[in-house]
Design a protein around this ligand. Structure first.
Ligand SMILES: C[S@@+](CC[C@H](N)C(=O)[O-])C[C@H]1O[C@@H](n2cnc3c(N)ncnc32)[C@H](O)[C@@H]1O
Length: 249
């Protein structure tokens, strides 16, 4: 079994990985970020949508959102969250390596390091090609992740975090020659401890940009945060955007 197929991870660690605070942060970004601005009625694909932190506020702003995820438990959370918010999401349980719906979407998003999950480079490239085919001409892809430069500057030290009813210990490990990153979690509640881990490929801005170009995206550019600030030494996220041919103005 691959790590992301472990439903226990998404169920047991759901409130840690997808806290109310994170959902609020996503909602604020959708409200203010020029990178996430879409006209009402736009068809948006949220690839690896999880519990819908971005899908739900995008739908609230009038987008027609398709959320794709492999985890049945997280899709269920997305469904409940959407119905609580009074919006509809089209939710599809699929593997992003297989999902493609030609010429359908104006915008595709991959948020919170949902890209680069596969150890095999070709599989990550396949995801990009699927997205390109799924965009309408002029449609855009936006990838947000924890980039290599940011990890080298800020990351690495183990963290002990107080959470409601317990303690979370997080320890990151760089794998290979800065090829992949693994985060191990230990969650202690009362006398019970649970462990889990997530893993992803580590990309520099240049590496990710090169992959988008190789997959056939045009106008590929990087940003260092959701205000579309440059990807420089102050960057907080690695955000890469590319389009399928010229963007309609
Ligand atoms: C780090 S979470 C991010 C979730 C969401 N984008 C967010 O911002 O909260 C990564 C997501 O990718 C999903 N995922 C992992 N492997 C997948 C695959 N092969 N195909 C589709 N989704 C996958 C997980 O179930 C999880 O929801």
């Amino acid at each position: 079994m691959e790590w992301f197929e472990n439903e226990a991870l998404w169920v047991d660690f759901s409130d840690v990985l997808f806290s109310a605070g994170r959902a609020e942060e996503a909602r604020a970004r959708v409200a203010s970020s020029p990178l996430l601005r879409v006209p009402a009625g736009s068809a948006v694909l949220d690839l690896g949508c999880g519990p819908g932190a971005y899908a739900i506020p995008l739908a609230e702003r009038g987008a027609e959102v398709t959320g794709v995820d492999l985890s049945a438990a997280l899709l269920e959370r997305a469904e409940t969250g959407a119905s609580d918010a009074g919006v509809e999401l089209r939710l599809v349980r699929a593997d992003m390596r297989e999902f493609a719906e030609p010429d359908r979407f104006d915008l595709a998003i991959s948020m919170y390091t949902s890209f680069g999950l596969f150890a095999d480079h070709d599989e990550n490239m396949r995801v990009l090609r699927n997205v390109l085919a799924s965009l309408k001409p002029g449609g855009r892809l936006l990838i947000d992740l924890y980039g290599k430069e940011i990890l080298a500057r800020d990351g690495g030290l183990p963290k002990i975090i107080d959470i409601e009813g317990g303690t979370l210990i997080v320890r990151g490990t760089i794998l290979g020659d800065w090829e992949r990153f693994r985060d191990d979690f230990i969650l202690v509640r009362g006398d019970r401890a649970r462990t889990a881990f997530v893993e992803h490929t580590l990309y520099s801005a240049f590496e990710l940009k090169t992959m988008l170009v190789e997959a056939g995206f045009t106008d590929v550019e990087c940003f260092g945060g959701f205000d579309a600030e440059p990807f420089d030494n102050h960057a907080r996220r690695l955000i890469v955007r590319g389009s399928r041919g010229p963007v309609a103005s």
